[in-house]
Design a protein around this ligand. Structure first.
Ligand SMILES: *Cc1c(COP(=O)(O)O)cnc(C)c1O
Length: 564
């Protein structure tokens, strides 16, 4: 079954989460979608890769929201047999001083252009393991720190061993975020100097060789986003064959910091947007953090009507999304508007089926959907309800929201409840709907079907953000705080609009948001001459989608990170 994949040298791409299909809840949000888009682009570009992730049999969670706006979390059990093939090979790792066996499922990613790429989904739910150990790969981002460390041992150490057992030829390892950094320890164990060549006290590990083989992409400037494990825990759980002094030298004296470990074991390090690379360079002095700005997969994130439009006017756009730069001149206004009207109608139908609310096609829809957490500030738009009402009296609009909060992010869950209360309070003046269980399929409908895509993070915490790029592929302009990718993507009034000037305080940001909506965005939307609005839609396609796509991103990884 693996024969077609094991002969050619491949890039091993390690990610704790990966969005492969909407039916497979092996992802939580942006990081997993990016991982999926990475492999999808590598497939289209015929860049041989093998992705390694966890099977996450009980998923992240299915979100339900009750009448009070409280998030309820349900297991989202899926059956790997529906989409993947079991592989025979098994390897063991030491966890808690016993052997934990790891098998894998092979998911073959089939690109829309005919490419095929293997994805290994690691699974400890095997007869050989105790019931506790069988659950290690059940819950994505579930459990406590001990559970997380066990998952990361399975991913990093187990992943490398299994690739070898299956006969893969790996030419480079890419760590997507620090979760997989233990793979470096396994490579260190593999590449040691012969004992007889060592001077007394000298480290046996061939670190330059390991570093040459590894690249690391860091994804967040939020401190809590970097996994840390106490050495007391590490000593208990991790294989004691590792020399603790060496690990401390690489991963930090006080605790095992997965980001530090990844930084120290990778020759090539990058952040996910230019600003994020700058912030990361300041966070991690002594390392060179490059910038490869994220992108989204052209075909996956373009709604059917727009795909047809691009196929007709810009053939080849799927493989060379740069061709979209011609969208502003080469596609008639009426065709753009017609495709948008249809995408908007699809969203309106979905909103009705999920909530019973019927949105109006002739009124502007603003969209905001992403992980619900404090720094993303989903509540900024609602910080002054009177002002919002006053704007809506002049220029009406509707709002569609969605997003999950991490089960342990109490603050994020409170924000969801508060958004529901505010939606009710506004009901007489502005239709606000909150769609439950945000996933890839909803993201596709929302980013294509709204009129304006909003993002209001607290700088500098939005490392990149990718949902606004999905909007651009569908001619939906962004209205966003200048942070992450939007610092590179915003051309005021041409691709969308900035909120404030990147330095403002929360109160200033809210005022800037309201001012921009009231004085610029909505008057343009309702201008009797629609061509000025369509010009911005075309600007989003020709100047954002042509660049912020995962094909460009992968071509850069291929030439700058993997080709060493
Ligand atoms: C694209 C996507 C995200 C990321 O959204 P950001 O605005 O980049 O935070 C999160 N969840 C899902 C389901 C997505 O498709």
């Amino acid at each position: 079954m693996l024969d077609e994949f094991i002969h050619e040298p491949r890039i091993a791409y390690f990610s704790m989460e990966i969005a492969l299909r909407n039916e497979m809840p092996t992802y939580a949000g942006g990081l997993g979608v990016l991982a999926g888009d990475t492999v999808r682009s590598a497939t289209d570009l015929e860049l041989p890769m093998v992705a390694v992730s966890l099977v996450s049999r009980a998923g992240y969670f299915r979100q339900e929201i009750d009448a009070q706006g409280r998030q309820l979390e349900h297991e989202e059990i899926w059956d790997p047999r529906s989409w993947a093939h079991p592989l025979d090979a098994k390897i063991a790792v030491r966890i808690d001083d016993r052997s934990v066996w790891i098998g894998a499922w092979l998911f073959v990613l089939e690109g829309h252009m005919g490419g095929r790429q293997p994805v290994l989904l690691l699974d400890t739910d095997l007869d050989e393991n105790s019931s506790d150990d069988r659950a290690i790969t059940h819950y994505l981002y579930g459990g406590d720190n001990t559970y997380r460390l066990k998952q990361e041992i399975v991913l990093g150490i187990g992943g490398v061993r299994l690739l070898q057992a299956l006969g893969f030829a790996i030419r480079h390892f890419h760590m997507n975020e620090g979760h997989s950094a233990l793979l470096g320890l396994e490579l260190m164990r593999r590449y040691t100097y012969p004992v007889e060549e060592l001077r007394p006290g000298e480290s046996p590990y061939d670190l330059p060789r390991v570093r040459d083989l590894c690249s690391f992409t860091t994804h967040t400037p939020v401190e809590a986003g970097h996994d840390r494990f106490s050495y007391e825990l590490v000593k208990r759980v991790l294989d004691n064959g590792f020399d603790m002094q060496v690990i401390k030298g690489l991963a930090g004296e006080d605790s095992l910091n997965m980001t530090r470990l990844a930084l120290n074991l990778s020759e090539y390090i990058n952040g996910v947007a230019k600003k994020h690379a700058e912030v990361s360079n300041a966070m991690f002095p002594g390392y060179k953090v490059h910038a490869i700005t994220n992108g989204v997969h052209p075909y996956l994130w373009t709604a059917e009507n727009f795909r047809q439009l691009y196929d007709h006017y810009l053939p080849g756009w799927c493989h060379e999304p740069q061709l979209l730069m011609r969208a502003d001149c080469c596609i008639p206004d009426a065709a753009i508007w017609e495709a948008h009207v249809q995408a908007k109608q699809h969203l309106i139908e979905k909103v009705q089926s999920l909530t019973g609310v019927v949105l109006r096609p002739d009124i502007a829809i603003f969209g905001f959907a992403r992980r619900m957490t404090a720094y993303k500030r989903p509540d900024l738009l609602f910080s002054n309800l009177e002002r919002l009402r006053a704007i809506a009296r002049k220029h009406p609009f509707q709002i569609v929201l969605a997003g999950k909060a991490h089960p342990r992010d109490e603050n994020g869950k409170q924000i969801i409840a508060q958004l529901h209360a505010q939606a009710s309070a506004l009901a007489d003046a502005i239709t606000v709907v909150y769609l439950p269980d945000y996933d890839m399929a909803l993201a596709q409908l929302m980013t294509a079907g709204v009129d304006v895509w909003l993002n209001t993070p607290l700088p500098p915490f939005e490392a990149s953000g990718t949902s606004g790029m999905k909007a651009a592929f569908n001619g939906v302009p962004n209205l966003s705080i200048l942070d992450g990718w939007w610092l590179e993507g915003c051309l005021e009034g041409i691709t969308g609009w900035a909120i404030g000037d990147a330095t403002g305080l929360p109160d200033d940001n809210a005022r800037a948001l309201y001012d921009k909506l009231e004085q610029v965005v909505l008057p343009l939307y309702y201008n009797s001459d629609r061509s000025a609005w369509i010009k911005v839609m075309k600007g989003a396609i020709s100047k954002n989608a042509s660049y912020f796509n995962s094909h460009r991103m992968m071509r850069r990884y291929a030439t700058e990170a993997y080709a060493r």
